[in-house]
Design a protein around this ligand. Structure first.
Ligand code: SAM
Length: 273
């Protein structure tokens, strides 16, 4: 029903479409179970038919989306690597505020945003630390390839684990606790725009417009060198001149491409176009 050859075909397809590289030793069982469940649900009798459906009989990308939702790793929480949010509101945005035309909004992309904690952390930092939002429109957009996480981000409901690093007074001010869940207050739901976008889909990226700042933390670690390079160049194209990229603590732009200038703000290394 499913064998190593099938795994390599499917993992090669996933890699080509999304950059996500699945090692057979770690992911075989999960993919095997996923394929069996899809054969059952789609009433297909073998992998060949499933793979054909995925590639040629999926005009709206529904099966592709189901596959993506199953293979992504969505771990995130509010205020993760919090020093970067401090650099964003205390250094980078004030700098851009001084240099950008007064009537333009500052545009920030959280790519990938997973369930929304990263872009909403920016909102909380802006509310707490910056006078900037009184003087300047700031647009924050979150994108992710996984439609399940985008739906959750839009709902603005979070777990205890997700809010654990937020100071208790801010949890009290910005969330309503309902059972075990923390709901963002109504005034904040919708302050971030969320979209399902694959970071390799250049046409979809172009539609988002140009950005002043891109956060791309903890996604490139799942990609191989060629995919990292392609994504880094997509970010370069999406940034306005002088715009900044923030990567996760274990990710270094200098090991990927040399088109950005590395800048140190406090303990954080960030990258400028
Ligand atoms: C570990 S989360 C990181 C979330 C957040 N940036 C953080 O650091 O907490 C990685 C996310 O990357 C997304 N992802 C993986 N490949 C992607 C692609 N090709 N395009 C857009 N998002 C992708 C996954 O769906 C997942 O939600």
């Amino acid at each position: 029903m499913f064998n190593e050859g099938n795994f390599s075909k499917l993992s090669e397809f996933i890699y080509r479409k999304s950059g996500i590289f699945l090692e057979e030793s770690k992911h075989y069982e999960k993919i095997h179970k996923f394929v069996l469940a899809r054969l059952d649900e789609l009433e297909l009798d073998n992998f060949r038919k499933y793979f054909f459906t995925l590639r040629f009989e999926d005009p709206d990308g529904i099966e592709f989306q189901t596959l993506m939702n199953a293979v992504t790793v969505n771990e995130t929480y509010f205020f993760r690597e919090h020093d970067q949010f401090e650099v964003l509101v205390n250094d980078v945005l004030p700098l851009l505020h001084k240099t950008r035309p007064k009537d333009e909004p500052l545009r920030i992309l959280s790519s990938p945003c997973s369930t929304g904690e990263e872009p909403y952390s920016m909102v909380l930092y802006l509310l707490e630390e910056a006078n900037l939002i009184e003087e300047r429109d700031i647009e924050i957009i979150g994108i992710d390839i996984d439609s399940t996480v985008i739906k959750k981000a839009q709902d603005g409901k979070f777990s205890e684990r997700s809010v654990h690093a937020i100071p208790p007074v801010q949890v009290q001010n910005y969330f309503k606790k309902k059972g075990l869940s923390y709901h963002l207050i109504d005034d904040l739901v919708g302050t971030v725009e969320f979209k399902v976008v694959n970071i390799f889909d250049r046409a979809a990226l172009r539609e988002l417009g140009k950005f002043d700042v891109i956060f791309s933390r903890n996604m490139l670690i799942y990609f191989d060198d060629a995919s990292k390079k392609e994504v880094a160049m997509n970010f370069y194209d999406m940034l306005k001149p002088g715009g900044f990229v923030f990567l996760g603590h274990a990710e270094y732009m200098s090991r990927i491409v040399s088109v950005f200038k590395a800048k140190k703000f406090g303990g954080s290394l960030i990258y400028q176009k």
